[in-house]
Ligand binder design. Structure first.
Ligand code: BG6
Length: 281
Protein backbone atom coordinates (compact mmCIF):
# COMPACT_ATOMS: atom_id res chain seq x y z
CA UNK A 1 0.00 0.00 0.00
CA UNK A 2 0.85 3.66 0.34
CA UNK A 3 1.57 5.26 3.72
CA UNK A 4 2.76 8.57 5.11
CA UNK A 5 5.84 7.98 7.25
CA UNK A 6 8.69 9.82 8.95
CA UNK A 7 11.98 8.66 7.48
CA UNK A 8 15.34 10.12 8.59
CA UNK A 9 13.28 12.74 10.44
CA UNK A 10 11.49 13.92 7.26
CA UNK A 11 7.91 13.48 6.04
CA UNK A 12 7.75 10.92 3.25
CA UNK A 13 5.46 8.58 1.32
CA UNK A 14 6.36 4.90 1.51
CA UNK A 15 5.19 2.54 -1.22
CA UNK A 16 5.09 -1.21 -0.80
CA UNK A 17 3.11 -3.11 -3.43
CA UNK A 18 3.27 -6.41 -5.27
CA UNK A 19 5.36 -4.66 -7.94
CA UNK A 20 7.87 -2.53 -6.06
CA UNK A 21 8.94 -0.63 -2.98
CA UNK A 22 9.60 3.10 -3.01
CA UNK A 23 10.09 6.20 -0.92
CA UNK A 24 9.41 9.84 -1.81
CA UNK A 25 10.23 12.70 0.56
CA UNK A 26 7.95 15.72 0.66
CA UNK A 27 11.04 17.97 0.86
CA UNK A 28 11.83 18.48 -2.83
CA UNK A 29 9.27 15.81 -3.89
CA UNK A 30 12.43 13.77 -3.75
CA UNK A 31 12.24 10.15 -4.94
CA UNK A 32 14.80 8.35 -2.76
CA UNK A 33 13.95 4.74 -3.57
CA UNK A 34 12.41 2.68 -6.35
CA UNK A 35 13.07 -1.03 -6.22
CA UNK A 36 11.09 -3.41 -8.43
CA UNK A 37 10.34 -6.64 -6.52
CA UNK A 38 13.19 -9.12 -6.94
CA UNK A 39 15.68 -6.41 -8.00
CA UNK A 40 18.45 -4.49 -6.27
CA UNK A 41 17.66 -0.78 -5.62
CA UNK A 42 17.78 1.14 -8.90
CA UNK A 43 18.51 4.49 -7.29
CA UNK A 44 21.69 5.30 -5.41
CA UNK A 45 21.60 7.18 -2.10
CA UNK A 46 24.66 8.56 -0.33
CA UNK A 47 25.30 7.27 3.17
CA UNK A 48 26.40 10.83 4.01
CA UNK A 49 23.28 12.66 2.77
CA UNK A 50 21.81 15.46 4.86
CA UNK A 51 18.16 14.99 5.82
CA UNK A 52 16.90 18.41 6.85
CA UNK A 53 13.89 20.30 5.51
CA UNK A 54 15.15 23.03 3.20
CA UNK A 55 18.41 21.18 2.40
CA UNK A 56 19.22 19.10 -0.70
CA UNK A 57 19.23 15.31 -0.37
CA UNK A 58 22.25 13.52 -1.95
CA UNK A 59 21.14 10.67 -4.18
CA UNK A 60 17.78 9.51 -5.51
CA UNK A 61 16.18 12.08 -7.80
CA UNK A 62 16.69 15.73 -6.90
CA UNK A 63 14.22 17.81 -8.91
CA UNK A 64 16.10 20.81 -10.30
CA UNK A 65 13.79 23.70 -11.18
CA UNK A 66 13.50 26.52 -12.30
CA UNK A 67 17.19 26.60 -13.17
CA UNK A 68 19.92 24.00 -13.56
CA UNK A 69 23.17 24.50 -11.61
CA UNK A 70 23.75 28.28 -11.53
CA UNK A 71 21.38 28.81 -14.51
CA UNK A 72 22.24 29.61 -18.11
CA UNK A 73 23.91 32.93 -17.20
CA UNK A 74 25.79 31.34 -14.31
CA UNK A 75 24.51 33.70 -11.60
CA UNK A 76 21.41 32.08 -10.05
CA UNK A 77 21.14 30.87 -6.47
CA UNK A 78 20.33 28.51 -4.85
CA UNK A 79 22.21 26.02 -7.05
CA UNK A 80 19.82 23.84 -9.14
CA UNK A 81 16.85 26.06 -8.19
CA UNK A 82 14.52 26.22 -5.22
CA UNK A 83 12.36 23.15 -6.01
CA UNK A 84 14.64 20.64 -4.26
CA UNK A 85 14.68 22.80 -1.11
CA UNK A 86 10.92 23.37 -0.89
CA UNK A 87 8.07 21.48 0.79
CA UNK A 88 5.94 20.08 -2.06
CA UNK A 89 2.28 19.21 -1.36
CA UNK A 90 1.04 15.68 -1.91
CA UNK A 91 -2.24 16.31 -3.73
CA UNK A 92 -3.11 12.77 -4.80
CA UNK A 93 -2.05 9.18 -4.12
CA UNK A 94 -3.72 6.33 -5.98
CA UNK A 95 -3.16 2.60 -6.09
CA UNK A 96 -4.73 1.32 -9.31
CA UNK A 97 -6.12 -2.21 -9.81
CA UNK A 98 -3.10 -3.09 -12.01
CA UNK A 99 -0.82 -2.42 -9.02
CA UNK A 100 0.64 0.93 -10.10
CA UNK A 101 0.99 3.69 -7.52
CA UNK A 102 0.63 7.25 -8.80
CA UNK A 103 1.57 10.17 -6.56
CA UNK A 104 1.10 13.81 -7.54
CA UNK A 105 3.02 16.57 -5.77
CA UNK A 106 2.45 20.28 -6.44
CA UNK A 107 4.43 23.44 -5.76
CA UNK A 108 3.47 27.11 -6.15
CA UNK A 109 5.29 30.32 -5.29
CA UNK A 110 3.54 30.38 -1.88
CA UNK A 111 5.47 27.23 -0.85
CA UNK A 112 8.89 28.70 -1.64
CA UNK A 113 11.03 30.55 0.93
CA UNK A 114 13.34 32.23 -1.60
CA UNK A 115 12.15 32.56 -5.20
CA UNK A 116 15.51 34.02 -6.28
CA UNK A 117 13.72 36.48 -8.56
CA UNK A 118 11.46 33.89 -10.23
CA UNK A 119 7.79 34.96 -10.73
CA UNK A 120 5.61 33.66 -7.85
CA UNK A 121 2.53 32.80 -9.91
CA UNK A 122 3.87 29.62 -11.53
CA UNK A 123 2.36 26.19 -10.82
CA UNK A 124 4.45 23.03 -10.89
CA UNK A 125 3.16 19.51 -10.56
CA UNK A 126 5.16 16.30 -10.45
CA UNK A 127 3.56 12.91 -11.09
CA UNK A 128 5.51 9.86 -9.92
CA UNK A 129 4.16 6.48 -11.06
CA UNK A 130 5.82 3.35 -9.69
CA UNK A 131 5.40 -0.27 -10.69
CA UNK A 132 7.80 -2.57 -12.51
CA UNK A 133 8.83 0.65 -14.33
CA UNK A 134 8.83 4.20 -12.97
CA UNK A 135 7.45 7.21 -14.79
CA UNK A 136 8.28 10.77 -13.72
CA UNK A 137 6.49 13.77 -15.26
CA UNK A 138 7.14 17.38 -14.30
CA UNK A 139 4.53 19.89 -15.53
CA UNK A 140 5.06 23.63 -15.24
CA UNK A 141 2.43 26.27 -15.96
CA UNK A 142 3.21 29.97 -16.34
CA UNK A 143 1.09 32.57 -14.60
CA UNK A 144 0.64 36.07 -16.00
CA UNK A 145 4.25 36.50 -17.06
CA UNK A 146 6.21 34.51 -19.64
CA UNK A 147 8.62 32.05 -18.00
CA UNK A 148 12.00 30.69 -18.93
CA UNK A 149 12.46 27.37 -17.18
CA UNK A 150 15.43 25.03 -16.82
CA UNK A 151 14.59 21.66 -15.28
CA UNK A 152 16.23 18.36 -14.44
CA UNK A 153 15.33 14.97 -13.06
CA UNK A 154 18.81 14.65 -11.55
CA UNK A 155 18.69 10.86 -11.31
CA UNK A 156 21.43 9.03 -9.36
CA UNK A 157 21.58 5.39 -10.47
CA UNK A 158 23.16 2.59 -8.45
CA UNK A 159 25.78 0.71 -10.48
CA UNK A 160 28.16 -2.17 -9.73
CA UNK A 161 31.23 -0.11 -10.62
CA UNK A 162 31.08 3.21 -12.49
CA UNK A 163 34.45 2.40 -14.09
CA UNK A 164 32.92 -0.61 -15.81
CA UNK A 165 29.50 0.53 -16.98
CA UNK A 166 28.80 1.94 -20.42
CA UNK A 167 26.04 4.26 -21.49
CA UNK A 168 24.55 3.56 -24.89
CA UNK A 169 22.46 5.97 -26.95
CA UNK A 170 24.64 9.10 -27.11
CA UNK A 171 27.02 8.11 -29.94
CA UNK A 172 27.33 11.08 -32.31
CA UNK A 173 25.66 13.57 -29.94
CA UNK A 174 27.23 16.98 -29.32
CA UNK A 175 27.89 17.89 -25.71
CA UNK A 176 29.18 20.61 -23.45
CA UNK A 177 32.07 19.21 -21.41
CA UNK A 178 31.84 21.12 -18.11
CA UNK A 179 35.14 19.68 -16.84
CA UNK A 180 37.18 20.66 -19.94
CA UNK A 181 35.08 23.76 -20.58
CA UNK A 182 34.50 23.13 -24.29
CA UNK A 183 32.09 21.52 -26.76
CA UNK A 184 32.72 18.06 -28.16
CA UNK A 185 31.04 15.24 -30.07
CA UNK A 186 30.53 11.82 -28.51
CA UNK A 187 32.14 8.90 -30.28
CA UNK A 188 30.85 5.48 -29.22
CA UNK A 189 29.41 4.69 -25.79
CA UNK A 190 30.05 6.87 -22.74
CA UNK A 191 32.37 5.38 -20.12
CA UNK A 192 33.81 6.88 -16.93
CA UNK A 193 37.60 7.25 -16.67
CA UNK A 194 37.82 10.56 -14.76
CA UNK A 195 35.54 13.28 -13.36
CA UNK A 196 32.71 13.54 -15.88
CA UNK A 197 30.20 16.40 -16.11
CA UNK A 198 28.53 16.75 -19.52
CA UNK A 199 25.40 18.26 -20.99
CA UNK A 200 24.48 16.20 -24.08
CA UNK A 201 22.26 17.83 -26.67
CA UNK A 202 20.19 14.72 -27.22
CA UNK A 203 16.60 13.54 -26.73
CA UNK A 204 17.59 9.91 -27.26
CA UNK A 205 16.84 6.98 -24.99
CA UNK A 206 19.91 5.94 -22.99
CA UNK A 207 20.86 2.53 -21.61
CA UNK A 208 23.23 2.04 -18.69
CA UNK A 209 24.73 -1.39 -19.32
CA UNK A 210 25.97 -2.85 -16.04
CA UNK A 211 27.51 -6.28 -16.47
CA UNK A 212 28.55 -6.49 -12.82
CA UNK A 213 24.97 -6.17 -11.54
CA UNK A 214 23.73 -8.11 -14.58
CA UNK A 215 21.22 -5.49 -15.60
CA UNK A 216 20.62 -2.59 -17.96
CA UNK A 217 18.79 0.55 -16.84
CA UNK A 218 16.79 2.17 -19.65
CA UNK A 219 15.91 5.89 -19.52
CA UNK A 220 13.31 6.95 -22.11
CA UNK A 221 12.51 10.64 -22.24
CA UNK A 222 9.83 12.93 -23.63
CA UNK A 223 10.19 16.71 -24.14
CA UNK A 224 13.75 16.68 -22.78
CA UNK A 225 16.38 18.11 -25.12
CA UNK A 226 19.39 17.35 -22.92
CA UNK A 227 20.89 14.44 -21.03
CA UNK A 228 23.40 15.28 -18.32
CA UNK A 229 25.95 12.61 -17.40
CA UNK A 230 27.84 13.09 -14.15
CA UNK A 231 30.31 11.25 -11.95
CA UNK A 232 32.35 13.33 -9.47
CA UNK A 233 35.28 10.83 -9.30
CA UNK A 234 37.83 11.16 -6.46
CA UNK A 235 38.62 14.81 -5.73
CA UNK A 236 35.15 16.25 -6.21
CA UNK A 237 33.50 13.62 -4.00
CA UNK A 238 36.08 14.29 -1.27
CA UNK A 239 35.20 17.99 -1.49
CA UNK A 240 31.45 17.39 -0.97
CA UNK A 241 30.44 17.13 2.70
CA UNK A 242 27.31 15.08 1.92
CA UNK A 243 29.06 12.54 -0.36
CA UNK A 244 31.20 9.73 1.08
CA UNK A 245 34.80 9.72 -0.16
CA UNK A 246 34.62 6.15 -1.47
CA UNK A 247 31.06 6.18 -2.78
CA UNK A 248 31.57 7.50 -6.32
CA UNK A 249 32.30 4.04 -7.77
CA UNK A 250 28.75 2.93 -6.94
CA UNK A 251 26.82 5.63 -8.80
CA UNK A 252 26.37 7.60 -11.95
CA UNK A 253 23.91 10.33 -12.82
CA UNK A 254 22.04 10.18 -16.14
CA UNK A 255 19.69 13.14 -16.01
CA UNK A 256 16.59 14.13 -17.97
CA UNK A 257 17.09 17.85 -18.58
CA UNK A 258 16.10 21.02 -20.43
CA UNK A 259 18.82 23.63 -19.84
CA UNK A 260 21.02 26.31 -21.39
CA UNK A 261 19.83 27.06 -24.96
CA UNK A 262 17.16 24.38 -24.54
CA UNK A 263 15.49 26.07 -21.55
CA UNK A 264 11.71 25.89 -21.95
CA UNK A 265 10.01 29.15 -22.95
CA UNK A 266 6.43 29.41 -21.70
CA UNK A 267 4.07 32.21 -22.72
CA UNK A 268 1.57 33.43 -20.10
CA UNK A 269 -0.82 30.63 -19.09
CA UNK A 270 1.04 28.01 -21.16
CA UNK A 271 2.25 24.71 -19.71
CA UNK A 272 4.83 22.09 -20.57
CA UNK A 273 5.58 18.56 -19.37
CA UNK A 274 8.99 16.88 -19.35
CA UNK A 275 9.00 13.19 -18.52
CA UNK A 276 11.16 10.12 -18.17
CA UNK A 277 10.34 6.44 -17.96
CA UNK A 278 12.91 4.25 -16.24
CA UNK A 279 12.92 0.48 -16.57
CA UNK A 280 15.23 -2.51 -16.16
CA UNK A 281 16.10 -5.15 -18.72
C1 BG6 B 1 25.38 17.93 -11.87
C2 BG6 B 1 26.09 19.14 -12.35
O1 BG6 B 1 24.24 17.71 -12.61
O2 BG6 B 1 25.06 18.12 -10.50
C3 BG6 B 1 27.38 19.23 -11.55
O3 BG6 B 1 26.33 19.06 -13.75
C4 BG6 B 1 27.09 19.30 -10.07
O4 BG6 B 1 28.12 20.36 -11.99
C5 BG6 B 1 26.21 18.13 -9.68
O5 BG6 B 1 28.28 19.25 -9.34
C6 BG6 B 1 25.77 18.10 -8.22
O6 BG6 B 1 25.21 19.31 -7.83
P1 BG6 B 1 24.85 19.59 -6.33
O7 BG6 B 1 24.40 21.03 -6.27
O8 BG6 B 1 23.73 18.64 -5.98
O9 BG6 B 1 26.09 19.32 -5.53
Amino acid sequence: GVSIVTENGLEAVRIDTELCTGLVYRNGAHVAEWTPKGSEPVLWMSGSSHFTDGTAIRGGIPLCFPWFGPGRDGDRTPAHGFARLSPWNLTSAELSPNGLVRLVFTLTGDDVADLGGFPADFEASYAVTMGTAMQLALTVRAGEQPLEVEEALHTYFAVGDARQVRIEGLDGADYLDKVAGDRRTQSGDVTFTAETDRVYFSEATTRIVDEQLGRTIVVEKACSANTVVWNPWVDKSEAMADFGDEEWTGMCCVETVNALGDATQLSPGASHTMSATISLT
